[in-house]
Every structure is written in C-alpha cells, then in structure tokens.
Design a protein around this ligand. Structure first.
Ligand SMILES: [Zn+2]
Length: 349
C-alpha cells in the first residue's frame, strides 16, 4: 500500500500515507506533512512548483522513485481548478476501498474532458457542487461516503457493471439506450482529445482550440432576457431528468456568456457537449451513433436534429446573442481543413 500508483496525484499519495498513519500503520509519517498540506490551501492542491516540491521532498521520510513525474499535470487542457476537482470514477473508488482502504485520487479526474473512466467505461460521478473541497483531506473521505450512501457497495446493485450517471438516471430503457449512445460519442471525443494532448502543441493546438470553442458555445451561460436555457442543457435535462446548475448572467455580451463553460463543475453537461462535438466534427464512428441518438430523443418526445446544420443552429442559440457571429469569426483563424469542417455545419445558420 506504500507505493504510488502511476496515475495518482501527489496529494492523494500524501493523504493516503497520513490516513494509514492514523490507523497506526505508518507512525514515521510526521504530522508536519498535514501542516504542509494545509498551508498550501491557496495554491494548487495536487501540483507543485519546484520550490514547493523541494520543500516537500525535504520533509518526507522516504521518497517514491517516480514522485517528481507527478509534480505537474500531464496536460493543462481543461484542467479543473484545484478546489473543484470533485469528480471521480465510482468503480475505481470501490476497488480502492477493497484493496487500499481509502480512495486513490487520479490525475485524470482533474481534467474537464476526462468524463468516462478508461478502465471501467463508466461515467464519472460528482460529489456535487455543494461539496467543493477546501482541502485534499476530505476528498477521498467524501467520495467513499458518497458511494456508501448511494448503495454502490450494495451487492444487489452489482448485477450489471453499469453505474448510473451520478445516480440520477431513471431506469427507463429508452433513456438507458440513449445514455449509452451519448457515452459512446463522448468517449470518441475523449480519446481524440487524449491523443491530441500527447502531440506536439504545433500540431494539436488548433484542433484543441476548436473543440474548446465549440464546447464554450454549447455550455455558455444562460442569458435569461434573451433566450431560453441553452439547448445543450435542455438535452442534459431530458436524459438525466435533473436540473444541473447553469451559469446565469443578465448581460447579453457574448464573450461573458461564453466564459460560462469554466463554471461547469459536474461532468455530465461536459460529457454531452463532447458527444455533440464528436458528431459535428465528424470523428470516426460518430455519425451513425448520433442518428440513433436523435431517433431515441424523438421516441422520448423531443425533436433533436440529426442534421449538423440544424443541430448547430439549435445549440448556438438566437442570433441576437452574438454567439454565431463570434464562432464564425473564430473559424476564419483555424487552419484550412478545420475551417472547411466547421463551415459544413455553421455556414447556413
Ligand atoms: Zn474507474
């Protein structure tokens, strides 16, 4: 249990050591580490500057061989702010509870585009925005408690390997099939982003910027006097039956509305925006999936365009808001292939 996992954050490893020490297992782990962690409340809880890292290393009774590899996140693309990293894979935490007695907080969970666990293929859960963590001390504890309260540890809930989305999905079969299609689409986008973050910035940055722009359009704030809730959130509600908190604003300024994406803490709205982006950007495997999804929406009484142009028009909202003209200007800055791809869906609207 001493070793650091390949995708574990440093703070998770430290918290685990302190947890084992509190059980009497690692008495050489001093209380100075607790003070060190708490004193970092205003910095990033998981990642460390050279100076912070040096200070930490000098305090540790022993140092895992690859500790320094975990000093910085693998990518900063859509890195969630430190205290809002409240999303986790319920299946990973359940395994950890059995084998390590506490949760191991993974680096990937702090990335806004990592919405489906690659190992378990289930959607990430959220502690909920009311559980924003002010210290890494309580994060694992809250995740374990969340699982127990939501009966994830009950053997009767293990018949299928599927985990409901934040335990909020009704069990209706159509909704379940639809949610699976949406998960599949989001996973296609997640793998693409993962691939792009491993390329050189000169190759990947334009496509990552486009993905972020599209998601900003879909997950913009709700400008109440100008339009109804953004279409993406209406779709989220249809699938989950839940009202996720939508960032709101009164001003009709497009640039302010577009910054709403940064306030989306829970994974499901981001997952849906990624699914829609996979279809609009024609990622392999996305077209047939989206057609099936739009038919399933129709079965549930919601007309959702199967056509890219109409879907984009619905997602980007009324022209008065200025989102469409903003995106149109952005397109002109992309490299030619991406420009052509975007014009296929955004030109007529
Ligand atoms: Zn997992």
């Amino acid at each position: 249990m001493n070793e650091m996992l390949g995708d574990e954050t440093i703070s998770s490893w430290l918290e685990r050591r302190l947890f084992y020490a509190s059980l009497g297992g690692e008495s050489q782990f001093s209380c100075g580490i607790r003070e060190y962690l708490d004193a970092r409340a205003n910095s990033d809880a998981d990642y460390y500057s050279d100076q912070d890292f040096g200070c930490l290393v000098s305090m540790l009774p022993y140092i895992p061989p690859d500790l320094s590899l975990h000093k910085m996140p693998a990518t900063s693309f859509m890195l969630i702010p430190s205290l809002e990293r409240i999303n986790f894979c319920p299946a990973c935490v359940k395994d950890d509870l059995k084998t390590k007695k506490t949760a191991v907080w993974r680096e990937q969970w702090s990335l806004g585009w990592y919405v489906i666990c690659v190992k378990h293929r289930c959607t990430l859960c959220s502690l909920g925005t009311e559980h924003r963590v002010d210290s890494t001390k309580y994060r694992a504890e809250k995740a374990c408690k969340f699982l127990i309260e939501n009966a994830y540890l009950n053997p009767h809930s293990r018949q299928s390997n599927e985990y409901p989305l934040s335990s909020v999905l009704p069990i209706d079969r159509t909704v379940k099939v639809l949610a699976n299609e949406i998960d599949g689409l989001a996973f296609i986008m997640q793998l693409r982003i993962q691939q792009l973050t491993m390329y050189k910035p000169s190759i990947a940055s334009a496509e990552l910027a486009l993905i972020y722009d599209l998601m900003s359009v879909m997950l913009r704030s709700h400008v109440r006097r100008i339009e109804a809730a953004p279409f993406c959130y209406q779709l989220v509600k249809k699938i989950t039956g839940r009202n996720f908190s939508i960032p709101r604003q009164l001003s009709g300024d497009a640039s302010v509305a577009l910054s709403g994406i940064a306030q989306v803490v829970e994974p499901y709205p981001r997952l849906l925006a990624m699914a829609l982006s996979a279809f609009l950007l024609e990622l392999p495997g996305s077209q047939a999936r989206w057609l099936r999804a739009s038919q399933l929406f129709a079965e549930m009484g919601m007309l959702v365009p199967g056509d890219k142009g109409l879907l984009y028009a619905a997602l980007a909202g009324v022209p008065e808001l200025g989102i469409k003209s903003w995106f149109f200007k952005r397109i002109s800055r992309y490299p030619i292939e991406l420009r052509m791809l975007c014009r296929k869906f955004s030109l007529d609207s």
